[in-house]
Design a protein around this ligand. Structure first.
Ligand SMILES: Cc1cc2nc3c(=O)[nH]c(=O)nc-3n(C[C@H](O)[C@H](O)[C@H](O)COP(=O)(O)O)c2cc1C
Length: 174
């Protein structure tokens, strides 16, 4: 069983760019990065630990399950299949844009996390609220984000260092 499965969606944008940055921090033997649109919930059991990557693309898309939202298709399949992850460690990252959407920064991470949290996971690698400029985020609890909150639109220069720091946090907790 590989150490880490990183499941992400959407493709070809910032979420995928961060998946690749995370992969660079590990050797090929330790991590697979998996396009969520090709995955089934049973694939989660192929890995000791999980990383999940998502973005926020507007409140409406997250609140209403639509056919083109792969995250929601996957999460609903997990619910239908009554997936029990049996305490597997799970770290989440979320892309957002703090300048254009300061009142909904990385809200999508909260929506995805809330669903995943119904499947007997152990949450790891919460991310401190430091150095970001936003007003509100559903993903912030006691000044910690559910996981890595990352803004490639405005803070690209800091991304590599923050990813490296987050991977260190993950490694300490798995
Ligand atoms: C239509 C649209 C709505 C968005 N809504 C939000 C939002 O509510 N909160 C937020 O933090 N970012 C929001 N964003 C910014 C994206 O989350 C951000 O650009 C992210 O990096 C996109 O990742 P991707 O390239 O993998 O899709 C929105 C972007 C678009 C295009």
């Amino acid at each position: 069983m590989k150490k880490i499965g990183l499941f992400y969606w959407p493709l070809k944008g910032n979420v995928e760019a961060v998946a690749k940055k995370i992969k660079e921090q590990y050797g090929d033997a330790d991590i697979d990065i998996i396009d969520l649109s090709k995955a089934d919930p049973k694939h989660l059991f192929h890995y000791e630990n999980l990383i999940m990557g998502c973005s926020t693309v507007g409140a409406d898309s997250w609140e209403h399950y639509t056919d083109d939202n792969i995250w929601y298709q996957f999460l609903h399949k997990m619910e239908d299949d009554k997936v029990d992850l049996n305490g597997k460690k799970l770290a989440i990252y979320g892309l957002g844009d703090q300048m254009r959407y300061p009142y909904n920064f990385v809200d999508g991470m909260e929506r995805v996390f809330t669903h995943l949290n119904n499947h007997n996971i152990t949450q790891i690698a919460q991310w401190p609220n430091e150095g970001l400029t936003f007003k509100e985020s559903e993903a912030l609890h006691n000044n910690m984000f559910r996981g890595l909150a990352i803004d490639l639109d405005n803070d690209e220069d800091e991304a590599d260092a923050n990813v490296a720091k987050w991977v260190e946090m993950i490694n300490k907790e798995i």
